[in-house]
Design a protein around this ligand. Structure first.
Ligand code: ASP
Length: 314
């Protein structure tokens, strides 16, 4: 029998990386994967690893999650996050969070400290207060400036509003930068976590796929999946759960990711997604129909992470 392996794979969003930001975002995913990997290395659970990895990206203002989240049409912050424990099928999610430093940890609190799966808005923030989670102002000057410019174009009629998300994403290709991680620990247990500020100029109150378990995030006894892109697409296709079902049916992790993107191409033509998958045997998959999907991964056999701006790397 071969020695047990472990793996963590993370993404920093599907879209087009802003020119000049290439190095900084790739460094960001590498740093996050190293943090998550250190949990796995010290026999931590896959759940601890994905939380740590996503927290690191939530603190990095170059990603659209936690600090640096994009703004709604009203100029407010509404962050979504979720976490899934494949051992138990337990999941936790939060949405419409405005002032919590690590929304992914709040999602974990919902999973572990409440009887619920999804809690939103002020009520979720109250739970954060009860359990002493740190608050912060996630609005950065850079995002406020991006929002001003997007708003101007919108008011001039240069942007089609949702559901014309496609045009919006074409004009502002850097709107994504959502973060996510999937991992398998030394026991073969799988977990997934995803966190986002959502889509720039989204309607206040809009929830994307990230807090919808089975759409943007899912883990079961055999695999874990995190999705990024146009949330409405992943919700319509129940994409994360679909990817896990492909693996349950015997597909390798990479084929499952590819099949999900094929599904997007055929059933949601012209719309954009990225998917990352792992299975309990530490196989992995990445697929996207965007210009970029920033990613990093590390397995037990690797002394340093591998990373890239697209997959397969060129
Ligand atoms: N899926 C996220 C949402 O629709 C956005 C993203 O992945 O960039 O809220």
């Amino acid at each position: 029998m071969s020695a047990p392996n472990y793996i963590i794979l993370c993404h920093g969003g599907a879209g087009e990386v802003r020119s000049g930001k290439e190095k900084i975002v790739e460094e960001g995913v590498r740093e996050a994967v190293i943090k998550g990997f250190s949990k796995l290395k010290s026999n931590g659970s896959a759940l601890d690893a994905v939380e740590e990895c996503v927290k690191t990206m939530e603190d990095n203002p170059n990603f659209n999650a936690g600090t640096g989240s994009v703004l709604t049409m009203k100029g407010t912050i509404e962050m979504d996050a979720s976490i899934s424990d494949g051992r138990t099928l337990n999941s936790g999610a939060v949405a419409m969070i405005s002032n919590i430093r690590h929304p992914v940890s709040l999602a974990r609190m919902v999973m572990e400290k409440t009887d619920h799966v999804l809690v939103v808005g002020e009520s979720a923030e109250k739970i954060a207060g009860i359990f002493g989670l740190e608050t912060c102002d996630p609005k950065t000057p850079e995002r406020v400036e991006m929002w001003r410019q997007a708003k101007k174009r919108f008011e001039k009629g240069e942007l089609n509003y949702l559901p014309k998300t496609m045009s919006l994403i074409k004009l502002f290709p850097d709107l994504t930068e959502t973060v996510g991680a999937v991992a398998v620990d030394i026991n073969g247990d799988c977990a997934a976590a995803t966190s986002t500020g959502g889509l720039m100029l989204k309607l206040p109150g809009r929830l994307g796929d990230t807090p919808i378990i089975g759409a943007g995030n899912y883990a079961d006894g055999k695999s874990a999946v995190s999705c990024t892109g146009i949330g409405e697409v992943a919700i319509r296709l129940c994409l994360a759960k679909t990817a896990c079902e492909y693996i349950e049916a015997g597909q390798p992790a990479h084929e499952s990711a590819n099949h999900c993107i094929d599904l997007v191409k055929t059933k949601q033509r012209g719309l954009h997604m990225g998917v990352v998958t792992v299975d309990k045997n530490c196989n992995y998959g990445l697929a996207h129909n965007t210009k970029n999907l920033v990613w990093a991964l590390q397995t037990k056999e690797m002394s340093a992470p591998m990373s890239g701006m697209k997959y397969p790397p060129k």
